[in-house]
Design a protein around this ligand. Sequence first.
Ligand SMILES: Nc1ncnc2c1ncn2[C@@H]1O[C@H](COP(=O)(O)OP(=O)(O)O)[C@@H](O)[C@H]1O
Ligand SMILES: [Mg+2]
Length: 267
Amino acid sequence: MENAKLRAKSITKSFESDRGERTLVIDGISMDIAEKEMVAVLGPSGCGKSTLMKILCGIQSATSGSVELDGVDYGRELPRSILRKFGFVFQGDNLLQWRTAEGNLRFILETMHLKGPQWRKRVDEMLEIVGLLQYRKVYPHELSGGMKQRVGIARALVHNPEILLMDQPFGALDAITRRMLTFETLNIWKETQKTIIMITNNVEEALLLASRVFIFSPLPARVLHEVAIDIPYEKRDGDVVSTPRFLELKKHLNELVRSTMAGGERS
Ligand SMILES: Nc1ncnc2c1ncn2[C@@H]1O[C@H](COP(=O)(O)OP(=O)(O)O)[C@@H](O)[C@H]1O
Ligand SMILES: [Mg+2]
């Protein structure tokens, strides 16, 4: 791919235990994400997905390989100053309980020293985007799980990052809320034009959101399959899940995931 927004180049990562034993967690991952693209990563639990995310945004350094952002190769570790180009949504909401919805968004702006009326306005705009403007003065304990996660999405966007990293963001939600937030994510992506990487354990979620799906192997993580999802975004709505192409891709991805868990071969 030419002009990738973000590129992982032969990333490996190993952790050393207290007793000096090394465990390889990521085994030579290369992947490209284009500007404004949304991709999904599917992989078994504990295979190294979150670790790769942390390397891609510079929270952790790679053992070898390099990360390229906007055409600049930063080697094994992105500089800390680049962290603000990223927004994060994690499983569980991680909201500050003693701050209101808008207070949680403001907290990010405060830590990043982003002041002024344009940023105050942005807090309202982002709460509006996730449909929670009227709840801005409400504390997390008064919100449902889905609403909390929406505050989490608004918070991830408030400093206007270029890339959104979503690490199993809807994993703790019930199926209906999860589906609703999947479509909201689609709308937010269309509206904000962010580059998005979404880790998920849900094949349908990946199919609804991603232009490409990367399937990782069990530990240590490798890219076993990369599947292009050729369903146009304008067709991705509540009805698409029962179309022949969607069902075909779903079957295909499920088979790949199953063979991956069974120690499948590289394709
Ligand atoms: N800081 C760390 N130190 C040592 N081992 C770690 C650390 N972070 C993750 N691991 C190990 O790396 C493996 C992959 O973890 P992780 O990236 O969280 O997996 P996933 O997100 O795919 O579930 C796990 O075996 C985990 O125990
Ligand atoms: Mg994880």
